[in-house]
Design a protein around this ligand. Structure first.
Ligand code: APR
Length: 321
């Protein structure tokens, strides 16, 4: 199998961790692009100089020239500003839409056959804009949000129950904002419902519901919690790892069922918008949207989340993008 070529657009915090993870896992050769001169070159050199120690053998090239993207199989985009304390993801819309426009035009020109994972925020709007500008098939343009939001939710559940996070399955759907929808009903520990375990722990169903509500709230605000602590930027280790899980599913045609910011055409009652839903991810990107029935409360929460995605996309259109 020929080695894959993976282009990373944005050589900042997430871009750097992505490059290192790809090298450590030998997923393919890396091109790390940034507009800042020296930054991607310096990070690439730094990563590659650990290759003897870590025992990996891939190329990592830093560049300021989009031409180096030619032949890329996969493109992961983190170009754009991160949040500062007090900002919502949506506050990044104007500045990051401008950046995404130039990124999309260049990816279209130099990597027209690539599959693309967008991480830049506000995520749902940035994926929408990238697809609109490139005209790439919807299955090949996806966004990373739900894998991370679900991992955060799983982490909080594992801490609360005192079990290994490896045995926790929990999924978060909807937009990547405060209206995201953690699916409590199906959260489980190796198949055992989390709500039942909480009720047994507290011997009180009201208390169990309160504890779950607090975990749901923390999940929704988890990105902001990190921003408040870091003060100078937003989360970068966990978004990078989450995108790598999606990249591996695509590169190795794993058919993993992962929550993806995917284009909906009637699924979950939504048409014409990118929203976080479970999908089968494989060599063709999003191969299927995995539908399941939501109860009234979950559907209402998803509808609310979709409404905020629509508002954001409309705001972007009004700005001329
Ligand atoms: N083209 C390419 N890269 C760009 C451009 C552009 N037009 N404009 C800015 N960049 C680069 C910056 O030079 C910077 O190195 O994007 C990089 C972004 O890196 P960081 O500022 O460190 O941000 P990071 O933490 O990596 O987050 C990137 O992902 O999760 C989202 O909200 C986050 O939108 C943010 C993005």
């Amino acid at each position: 199998m020929a080695r894959k070529k993976i282009a990373l657009i944005g050589g900042g915090q997430i871009g750097g961790v992505l490059a290192q993870l790809i090298a450590l896992r030998q997923l393919g050769d890396v091109v790390l692009f940034d507009i800042v001169e020296g930054l991607p070159q310096g990070k690439s050199l730094d990563i590659v100089e650990a290759s003897r120690v870590d025992g990996f053998d891939v190329n990592v090239k830093g560049t300021n020239d989009y031409k180096d993207l030619e032949g890329s199989d996969l493109v992961i985009i983190t170009a754009g500003l991160p949040r500062k304390p007090g900002m919502s993801r949506d506050d990044l819309l104007t500045v990051n839409a401008k950046i995404m426009k130039s990124v999309a035009e260049n990816v279209k020109q130099f990597a027209p056959n690539s599959t693309v994972i967008v991480i830049s925020n506000p995520l749902d709007a940035m994926v929408t804009l990238f697809q609109k500008i490139t005209g790439f098939p919807h299955n090949r343009v996806i966004g990373q949000a739900g894998v991370l939001d679900s991992s955060r939710f799983s982490t909080f559940i594992a801490w609360e129950l005192g079990v290994s996070v490896k045995d926790v399955n929990a999924m978060v759907l909807g937009g990547h904002g405060d209206t995201m929808v953690p699916i409590v009903r199906y959260a489980n520990v190796n198949g055992i419902p989390v709500m039942e375990l909480l009720e047994r722990k507290y011997k009180d169903s009201v208390k169990a519901k309160e504890v779950m509500a607090a975990m749901v709230k923390r999940t929704k605000m988890a990105g902001g919690e990190v921003v408040e602590l870091l003060k100078t930027g937003s989360a970068f280790y966990s978004p990078a790892s989450s995108a790598i899980a999606m990249a591996e599913a695509i590169i190795f045609d794993e058919k993993r069922v992962l929550p993806t910011c995917a284009y909906l055409q009637g699924e979950f009652g939504v048409s014409g918008y990118y929203v976080g839903v479970p999908t089968v991810l494989g060599a063709n990107g999003v191969e299927t949207v995995v539908e399941f029935s939501l109860d009234t409360e979950e559907q209402a929460a998803l509808d609310k989340s979709v409404a905020s995605v629509k508002e954001l996309v409309e705001a972007m259109t009004r700005l001329g993008f």
